[in-house]
Design a protein around this ligand. Sequence first.
Ligand code: GDP
Ligand code: MN
Length: 382
Amino acid sequence: MKLHEYQAKQILRDFGLPVPQGEVASSPEGAKAIAERLGKPVVVKAQVHMGGRGKAGGIKLANTPDEAYAVAKEILGKRLISPQNPDGLIAEQVLVEEAVAIEKEYYIGITVDRTTQHNVLMVSLQGGMDIEEVAATHPEAIATVAIDPLLGLTDYMAREALYGAGFDHSLIRPMTPILQALYRAYVACDANLAEINPCALISDGRIIPADAKITIDENALYRQKRLASYHEESIEDPIEAEAQKRGIAYVRLGGTVGIIGNGAGLVMCTVDEVARAGGRPANFLDIGGGAKADRVREAVEIVMMDPSVKGLLFNIFGGITRGDEVAKGILEALQTMEVKVPIVVRLAGTHAEEGLELLKGTPLIPASTMQEAAQKIVELAR
Ligand code: GDP
Ligand code: MN
């Protein structure tokens, strides 16, 4: 789960980092009021889950509250497009923050390195710009150091990284506590990424986080009560957000063949089979075990919210879930709603024959193997 810059900055503030003063607004009036309260020049920053906001026109300086009003008006509701987000994202909120006079921009970040099975600290003098770009063109400009989970991020690890990246001796003392606070925040909020880019050296000599990006491990949300409340709004796709609300495991994939199955593994296989049959899967949806009519209806509703869906494939393996129960669930669900696309149902396992028997005389098209089902639905969805 990605956090917005203002949310990430609040966390960093809680861990003692010198985050510039600022507040978030969702209207030009709100932005103006914040600028008035701050009483100094501000920077108005679009709160969207993407990097490169600066280049996309989502970050603007404002010297007066009236200017803050004007630039907030310009940014709010605007579609910001970056190379990584060609469809763009719309800013519904702006962070209005005291502007700082940046002299140098550094990069610092912590993430999980699955190869070494450690959290790693990354630092670079080439901050400000896209770090993926730096990694691709000048990998030697980024120093990485594995963080010992028992020792934490010690002074010597910080020194190794900073000297390794070519930081000046005079920066070691001020940078070390910043790296350590970032690591404490990272661990405490179950993050799998925490970045400050730029970590800025400003005109008065202080080093401050000018930007912040934190991604939380969603498996930890049960114990991250405050962060859990950010979850729904962090989901960009409106259908995924709705599915999340209803507690349904749904991922939009962009194709035309809607897929509903029971069990994550089976659904992933189905996605593959549809692709193998020459189709493009519209989604992943795991309906779970023991699916009854209500749940089936909700699943169908979610899948059909995507207007590109041209056919629907049910792939059910009856184990504890009995095939006839699921068939009944599908039929009951379809009585209460109108689905205009062809539906193929593959039932196997416990009580599959009884289930297929129930489908006779209905518009549902039975299939006995996954491959056959995939071929049929791909054909029909053309
Ligand atoms: P990103 O482009 O989405 O990563 O957004 P950032 O928050 O990193 O901002 C992009 C760039 O805007 C930074 O690298 C800075 O050069 C500039 N910037 C951001 N905040 C300020 C500020 O308060 N003062 C000044 N002078 N520049 C800023
Ligand atoms: Mn940045």
